[in-house]
Design a protein around this ligand. Structure first.
Ligand code: AVI
Length: 320
């Protein structure tokens, strides 16, 4: 499992895969109906998300990238060099590249539940940064993490970019950050990308792109249920609906049944009324103060933050 001259350490904690069938049936039988957004990311879904990140309306990815690029040196000064950098849900390990030259971490621990992607991404990264000690960990972040393979005395810093924290409900976001706090420990830090509250027109447009990629991304959930769970959703009879819920401070994504219809999934029949929704995602937006308050509840202290000139997005640094 080591390619070319590149070697990484690979730690497999054997995370238990989610039960797609059980979670989908559970979500569809409860009112309001819902499907957890983690199921967006099969192969097709990940490709569509990749396309979303390049859309003109979807400012999040490029704005965060610009913030990291522009401020890498200052981030490194404030975070400190030679740390042990941990990235939960590291995916393709692309974003961390923007920081590595400036930050010069001693060790990088990408963590993901998707074993093969993690291995490939870690090997590719290691080929480009041969000086970096890479310890890929296949783990569900809620499992206890044993970092005994790492130098014990280095400062631990978690990197959680992309405003993925926005897809957690605020209470679970707090619980998740408390776990991060536990992993990095006293003296540890967290560098996190957080999308900010702004004019609702900008938010609505980011989740309703004119080319319909976000609609395809949303509808791909039904396609995935059809092919993996032997269901008969008619994709022409559901439409993508996304809007900013000002009261809750979140973008909501739904799939709306265009007519009264019955859908079959294995032995289950689900009856949809015309106009009935399946709630597929929330993407919470925070003011800087709101997010700091959330992180404080999780045990962190705000240290520094960076935004773009239009205050669309923030990269925030906290310590314990
Ligand atoms: C991954 N996550 C931060 C994206 C978001 O903006 O909430 C997922 C997404 N949903 C629709 N477009 C992008």
């Amino acid at each position: 499992n080591i390619s070319n001259a590149t070697s990484i350490a690979f730690h497999d904690y054997h995370p238990k895969p989610a039960d797609f069938f059980v979670e989908v049936i559970d979500g569809l039988l409860h009112r309001p109906r819902s499907i957890p957004p983690k199921f967006f990311y099969n192969e097709r879904g990940s490709q569509l998300f990749e396309q979303i990140t390049g859309l003109p309306e979807y400012y999040l990815t490029r704005t965060e990238q610009a913030i990291l690029e522009k401020n890498a040196e200052e981030i490194a000064r404030i975070v400190g060099r030679n740390c042990l950098l941990i990235e939960p849900g590291s995916g393709n390990c692309e974003k961390v590249r923007l920081l590595l030259d400036a930050l010069q971490p001693q060790t990088y621990v990408p963590m993901d539940i998707s074993r093969d992607h993690l291995r490939k991404a870690a090997i590719n990264l290691s080929a480009d940064y041969p000086w970096l000690d890479v310890h890929a960990s296949c783990i569900d972040f809620t499992q206890p993490l044993d970092l005994s393979f790492c130098p014990p005395d280095s400062q631990r810093v978690a990197f959680f970019p992309g405003s993925s924290i926005g897809n957690f409900e605020p209470d679970s976001a707090t619980r998740f950050l408390a776990q991060v706090a536990d992993v990095v420990g006293p003296g540890g830090g967290m560098l996190i990308g957080v999308d900010l509250k702004k004019d609702r027109c900008i938010l609505d447009a980011a989740y309703n792109d004119t080319t319909g990629v976000t609609a395809q991304f949303n509808l791909n959930l039904l396609q995935r249920i059809n092919s993996e769970l032997n269901a008969d959703f008619d994709l022409n009879h559901f439409t993508h609906h996304a809007f900013y819920n000002e009261h809750k401070g979140r973008i909501e994504m739904h799939l709306i049944s265009q007519l009264r219809q019955a859908v079959h999934i294995e032995q289950h029949t689900i009856e949809f009324a015309k106009g009935e929704s399946i709630h597929t995602e929330n993407s919470y937006k925070y003011t800087i103060e709101e997010f700091q308050a959330l992180a404080i509840r999780a045990g962190f202290v705000p240290v520094y933050l960076w935004t773009d000139a239009d205050a669309l997005f923030s990269v925030q640094y906290f310590e314990i």
